[in-house]
Design a binder for this molecule. Sequence first.
Ligand code: MEV
Length: 439
Amino acid sequence: MDNSIIQGFSKYTKQQRIDALIHKYGFDPDLKQWLKSFEIPDESVQKIIDDLSENPVSIFPFPFSLVPNFVVNGKNLFFPLVSEESSVVAALANAAGFWAKRGGFHAEVLVTEKKGQVHFKWNGNPEYLQSLFPEIKLKLLAESNFLTAKMEARGGGITHVELKSLPHILPNYFQLDAGFETCNAMGANFINSCLEQFGKSLQDYFMTSEKVSTGQRDCEIIMAILSNYTPESRVRAWVECPVSDLLEGKSMEEKIHFAEKFEQAIRISQADVSRAVTHNKGIFNGIDALAVATGNDFRAIEACGHAFAARNGHYSGLTDVRIQDGVFRFSIEIAMAVGVVGGITAVHPLSKLAMRILDNPSASELMTYLAVAGLASNFGAVKALVSVGIQQGHMKMHLSNILNQLNIPEEKRTEIQQYFQDKTVSFSAVEEYWKNLES
Ligand code: MEV
């Protein structure tokens, strides 16, 4: 392998990048054609995809799946999902169909405020700075007006700015803690631009105000950045039905037993961190799949959701269940920041289609759909866990991956799938069965 250091890789053309790859690893030159085979024939669309990132050499396809029957606040929608875990899509389809016949999902956005911070150091008295802050704040707001005017016209803008003194974290350390309403945008660029402007205005204040002594004019901005933790941007979703409606074709006793086990599983996820992380991973199986399809930043959504799961001082499952007077009510409350304008939502052709499939929702509506996807995914997972177990669904997916790895022809697959319906799936077992079939 050639281990020489490469300079200016981002300036290479795509062909040069692929040549460098082939050269470094000694790959077959056919790799060029193979990478090209994944690309989109329409060059203008391919360019849109290439421009989403740096240093592309091809594209990395994932399935774009559809799940029908998602009834949310009375609206019946297909959910577009991007996931490589087939059992996730299957579980969502199951949950959507099940709840569609029981009144569907209900959801409401509780609050929508986003957050950002300017972290700075100033060598002066915190109380004195606090007394100057009303004047500083006016300057911050006035001097960021050129950035906020358009957002204000849409009903958004800066909702508050506070000064916090935090010397226990670092000597002379302060924060400007700001809230933002960003309407249909996730608002990252808007918030970060405002915060960087706050930093400049703050430094200018210290340099020019006669209320600041000459020895204290230095204000060091450590960083200015939005916070992905948005506990004041929250959504709640829930489903409910009589316990007697819970399982089709089962006795009342079995239904009650199922509801009780389901509740126990939720209580465990709320108390035990090892279970809570897996429980929430299952919730994000649904949320991420819809977030990716709609071009939203799923890392930001996950980071926020996990921090929110620890809001009470210990990390806990994000869903809750109540069984009262014979009614089963299953719910989720989660913090997130999402957008339907900006980012790649209106750029990526499939995200644009995903938004149309969702009937071009507002950011708040999209929050409700994401919470519903999380709740549905969790319902499917917990239902399977407390009844047939998770492997039944997972093994189907595992088998399909093995069939692909072994290049089994399409016409032979049904027979193999049928054989493994009630057997443990492993690579060697499938390989052996296939060899016997062939011989
Ligand atoms: C697998 O992707 C997700 C689950 O492990 C979630 C859960 O355990 O709740 C099935």
